[in-house]
Design a protein around this ligand. Structure first.
Ligand code: NI
Ligand code: MN
Length: 224
């Protein structure tokens, strides 16, 4: 069993009842955030890239006890600001009790708001509670998503906002390559340039045989 809680924008919290994994914890300053830093805790805090709407509250959350897991560059930056981290990079797998996570490519950029280089942007595949989930981070459509799909995905979190990432059209094409059982659209409606209809995307995904779930911030999806 794995429980997925959508926190708004690209932030998601995964839990199998023992290990909590928080991905791209942008809560402070996020108009769609379903929780504040004081209300969320996780053992592992995964950061796909350095942009403020993904790195977000990683340091503050790590100070509450979690490890920041990301590129060497982002982990080093987080450590400098008082976080505990696990520096990794593309292709690497980190194993923990009850699962593993593996960093995969994303086509985007990655620098901190202060200009510091964040290394390569990434997506991540997480195995937790016997389920396999892919969080694409911020990315354009790319054909190597087919390789990620070969891992056998129970769920994919895909950006649909357009402007900075794929649009719904490209995200639907991505479903053909990834072939996940379910898809949850992310990275939309937070700011005016990325306004999209999540429910319409979910319905179009269903027509392709993929269960679409346009989760509202705060909503929980349980995979038994
Ligand atoms: Ni970004
Ligand atoms: Mn972003």
């Amino acid at each position: 069993m794995v429980e997925v809680r959508y926190l708004g924008h690209s932030a998601v919290l995964l839990s199998d009842g023992k290990t909590r994994i928080l991905i791209d914890p942008f809560l402070t300053g996020n108009p769609m955030a379903a929780a504040g830093v004081g209300e969320v805790e996780a053992e592992l805090i995964l950061v796909t890239h350095a942009h403020g709407d993904h790195f977000g509250d990683s340091v503050a959350l790590s100070k509450k006890g979690g490890m920041v897991v990301s590129t060497f560059e982002i982990a080093t930056y987080a450590e400098k600001h008082g976080a505990k981290s696990i520096p990794m990079n593309l292709g690497g797998t980190y194993r923990f009790e009850g699962g593993w996570l593996k960093w995969v490519p994303a086509w985007h950029s990655s620098s901190f708001p202060d200009g510091t280089y964040g290394g390569m942007p990434m997506g991540v595949v997480v195995e937790l509670g016997g389920r396999r989930l892919y969080h694409a981070g911020d990315t354009a459509l790319f054909s190597d998503m087919r390789l990620i799909g070969e891992l056998g995905l129970d769920l994919a979190f895909l950006p649909i906002g357009d402007h900075f990432t794929m649009d719904p059209e490209d995200a639907l094409k991505a479903l053909e390559l990834l072939r996940p059982k379910r898809v949850v659209p992310i990275h939309y409606n937070t700011f005016p340039p990325i306004r999209q209809d999540g429910e319409a995307f979910a319905q179009r995904a269903r027509k392709k045989g993929v269960e679409g779930h346009a989760l509202k911030p705060g909503e929980v999806l349980r995979l038994d």
